[in-house]
Design a protein around this ligand. Sequence first.
Ligand code: ZN
Length: 291
Amino acid sequence: MKSFSQKTKESLCKTAMGRPCCIDAEMMGILIFAGRLKGNTIRVSSESSQIMKRFAVLIKRCCGETTLVKESKSSCFCSISNKKIIDMILKYETGSEKISELFAKDECCKSAFLRGAFLGGGIIVDPNKTYNMEFITSSERIHRDFKELLEEMELDFKSARRKGSFVLYSKSSDTVCDALTHMGAVSAQMQIINLRIERELRSDLNRVSNGEIANMDKVFDAAARQLAAINKIEETMGIRNLPDDLQEVAVARLNNKDLSLDALGKKLSPPLTKSGVNHRLRRIIEIAEKQ
Ligand SMILES: [Zn+2]
């Protein structure tokens, strides 16, 4: 059976690749975490053929070169000797510029690099067991640079050493969720949100009255329905293809899963009334139903 990590990565392989700058950033994320440079060739390996196929498409879009992906019983790999790509890696390895300066200057590229890094060297534990996301590398410099990039994105990951590897990890459900949002892993993020809502509701049951529980149930049910609709839109047409006003509400809802409509409206710029937010969310649900 596939692990939660594998399933998350394979769903990420289906997300849109975005702008040319982001294509380079995602490609470099995979390369930096899963590639080994030897002479003028980089060998990249992965446990998943889908990741390698996505990587091959990124290479093709970046420099027009077709990459042959080879498969063995336990892994998939390919060798890259394209000059443009080798030069990009060498510039990083021999220079003093950081990952964020070379490959992930803009916000969009930071998210794309994060997705690549996760595909190349990330792990997420099944949230039914515990919340934990990790990025593993054998290079201290990559570890340090990448931690800085995560900090720029307000993602708080901690450092650890493990058997000669450098590990960045987070056990906070908020951080794991935010990282998944950046990457575009909507369905994994949804699963964590639903679990969290369930757990919070369970732990609150002893403290609140029946009337309050009924009210919370309503808020959570409505939020779960809205999130399911947003999730469906992302998987079919993509959130970025919604009209701007709906897109803003969809993203705000994704980032604030358990806020009431009133509080959600205050997060928007300009702020929106409860009924305004409700109206937009209803339109989102209607659009999702047509997909
Ligand atoms: Zn970009």
